[in-house]
Design a protein around this ligand. Structure first.
Ligand code: ADP
Ligand code: ASP
Ligand code: MG
Length: 411
């Protein structure tokens, strides 16, 4: 039987009624003759609540216990989805990550998938089971501990299963009917895309568009998985939603395809560090060891052998970053006069493969922000993206202005 992977995100399984609705969608595909692997997220809001409980209990928590707690939301929805399908007379059973077993490395709270054995689930399909419901987001480490794949990780579970089982398609059901030119919550001018290139989706996701987890796009690209994003609230046709596909399949050619934002950024500045060979390694080594996701970096010009070093990281990692840097200072590995954290910044990015062949995109972006009176604090560019760090209070304004200036509402 051909295999289909269907993933339902938090809002799509938020209540028993919605689980029923999702189960009916699964029933439709089973009736077409598919063996279906359903990946479920936790009920919407559940994972946030669990993360909150961990943070309240322990400031610098043991990541293994964090994973033990936050993975639990998916266990509930997996069981409920299997029960709902059984009530519809669809043969189904649930699997938690460790039961598959979905094997990961031991990078707790952002683990990478290493292997998904298929024999266990395939044996059940061979016995006549029609739907394997798998708890998303979770796996098991080489040490036998429960791991999680990072926020939004059920998308990655889904794509990894699609790759492992050679699924015909991986459908990601969510609360929007596809990938838009920007988050439709920020502007109603956002336009749904029928197709988007893997490279662009990868950039948009990594720059904050949480409609797909970055690693899910990476995996889909690597294993050639047909990845589709669509709404669990609307009637579906085979053409619904947005297909994430190879660049060659796309006709549109414009410099910018989408605008992404990331609200919860922080900018940290080390005031007056020695300007000497090895200083960057001395600063960013301890940060890497502490698991800080450093993003943008600037080193200012030096005066009298001293300089300031600025970097950005997620705002919820500031306390850890401060701890790591102060420990390095106490151990005489680095020396700085002050460490300043600006926790009120956001990152806004323009993304498009068309940038490779068109110049002037950055200039147009900076002009637009300047016309709106938005001050740019840090800039980073790559071949197909331009990112700026700005005050968080201007984030929505900046996204809307950039969406207008690059005429993204027009097909
Ligand atoms: P799920 O719980 O189904 O995984 P998420 O909340 O993780 O859903 O992702 C869907 C959300 O992503 C949408 O509600 C939307 O607000 C947001 N989003 C951000 N950028 C985009 C974009 N470019 N296109 C579509 N949705 C986007
Ligand atoms: N429940 C997890 C989260 O909220 C994983 C997911 O939904 O993709 O991050
Ligand atoms: Mg998600």
């Amino acid at each position: 039987m051909p295999v289909l992977v269907m993933k339902f995100g938090g809002t799509s399984v938020a209540t028993l009624d919605r689980i029923k609705r999702a189960a009916k969608r699964v029933g439709v595909e089973v009736a077409k003759g598919y063996d279906v692997i359903v990946i479920v997220s936790a009920m919407s809001g559940k994972t946030n609540e669990l993360v909150g409980w961990v943070n309240e209990t322990s400031k610098f928590y043991d990541a293994r216990e964090y994973d033990a707690v936050v993975s639990s939301g998916e266990n509930v929805t997996a069981g409920l989805m299997a029960l709902t399908l059984q009530e519809m007379d669809v043969p189904a059973r649930s699997w938690q990550g460790w039961q598959v077993p979905l094997k990961t490395n031991n990078a707790h709270s952002s683990a990478r998938i290493e292997e998904i054995p298929t024999d266990n689930i395939n044996a059940k399909f061979a016995e006549g089971m029609k739907v394997a419901v798998v708890a998303g987001f979770q796996g098991i480490s080489p040490e036998g501990r429960i791991t999680t794949l990072g926020r939004g990780g059920s998308d990655t579970t889904a794509v990894a299963f699609a790759a492992a089982f050679g699924a015909e398609r991986c459908d990601i059901y969510t609360d929007v009917d596809g990938v838009y030119t920007t988050d439709p919550r920020i502007t109603d001018k956002a336009r749904k895309l029928d197709k988007i290139a893997f490279e662009e989706m990868l950039e948009l996701a990594s720059l904050g568009a949480k409609v797909l987890q970055t690693r899910s796009v990476e995996l889909a690209m690597r294993f050639g998985v047909r990845l589709r994003v669509l709404s669990s609230f609307e009637e579906q046709s085979d053409e619904a939603g947005t297909l994430v596909c190879a660049e060659e399949e796309i006709m549109e050619n414009r410099p910018v395809s989408g605008i992404a934002y990331s609200r919860d950024e922080a900018k940290m500045t080390l005031i007056s560090v020695a300007d000497r060979p090895g200083i960057a390694a001395a600063i960013f080594g301890p940060l890497a060891e502490a698991g800080i996701n450093v993003d943008m970096i600037i080193q200012n010009i030096a005066e009298e052998g001293r300089t300031d070093m600025t970097f950005s990281c997620p705002v919820d990692q500031v306390a850890r970053a401060e701890k790591a840097l102060n420990a390095a200072k106490d151990a005489d590995q680095i020396n700085f006069h002050d460490l300043i954290a600006d926790t009120n910044v956001a990152k806004v990015s323009a993304v498009g493969i068309g940038m490779r062949s068109q110049s002037g995109v950055a200039a147009q972006m900076f002009k637009t922000l300047s016309d709106e009176g938005v001050n740019i604090k840090v800039i980073a560019t790559s071949e197909i993206k331009i990112s700026v760090l700005i005050d968080r209070k201007y984030m929505e304004l900046a996204v809307q202005a950039l969406h207008d200036t690059f005429e993204l509402e027009k097909a």
